[in-house]
Each structure stands twice: as structure tokens, then as C-alpha cells.
Design a protein around this ligand. Sequence first.
Ligand SMILES: [Zn+2]
Length: 169
Amino acid sequence: MSDCLILNTDGSPVSHLPLSVINWQEAIKYMVLDKAVVLAWHDKWIVHSANWETPVPAVIMLKEYMKKKTSIRFSKQNVFLRDGFVCQYCNVDVNKRTATLDHVLPTSHGGKTTFENTVCACTSCNSRKGNDKKIKPKRAPHKPSYYELVERRKKIPFEMRHPDWAMYI
Ligand SMILES: [Zn+2]
């Protein structure tokens, strides 16, 4: 469950990839340990323990700067994000459910599963291509930078658990 957004000391999320969110128990832990300032609360959501009660934080800001991770690991999701969920063969929009990972040089021909050899493809292009290594994507795939992927990610709506999240993401 992602109940609370964690911001760094600079007011931006600790991470966009994935979005730095934690569940309510963790959010309360940060608050109790005095490691973060609460910037917004969930309305009408109060949790109780034997001796005390508290509303649940919706946005917290760390008191100490957390170094951002800016390295990108290869993943299917990151390839889809780099390609903007657009089939790299026919330019049609795909979505999370219909996107497939296609190896430009097929694995049967020694193609590797890397950013440089994989693209987002729709199911029909992927099956049409099959093991044909002569069919090439419209753009040569590249390894994306962290910031490139963050910019891409920001174009896709985030699931907001609280209206104030929109101010920080
Ligand atoms: Zn296609």
C-alpha cells in the first residue's frame, strides 16, 4: 500500500522511479522517530493504538537529505517507458497490458536482453517479426539516462492517494 509520499529535503520526491511512497505504518514510524516533517495528512483517517491516536500522514519531508539513486537497471518496464509505450515498428500506442518486449537481434541469433537490443512492440509486430533479424525498429534503441526516464514517467499519470501529491510530483 502506498499511503504516504516521501519528499527529500529539497521538496521533490526521494524517487520517481518508482515513486517514493510508503505505507501508513512506515509513515508513522518516520514521524515518531522524528525523521520527517508531516506536510499533509489524510483527512478522516485516524489510527489508534492502546495509548494514543494519530491521523495518517499523506506527505512527509525528510529532515536529512537522502542521496538519490540515479542508476538505471534494465527492466522491461524501463524499456517500455523509454519508448513511451509506442510500438517501435508501427508507431502504434500500446499499454501496460499489450506491450511486449522485442529483441531487435533475436535471442535465437545471439541477441542480448539489453537496452541496446530491446524495444517496445505491439503483439502483432512482435509475432510478425518472429525470428526475422532483418526487420528493424524505426529508431535504434539506446540505454536511457535516469533523467530521461523520469521525464517519460512524469508524462504518465501517477496514482495519487492524496490531492496534495500533485504539488510535489
Ligand atoms: Zn506494432
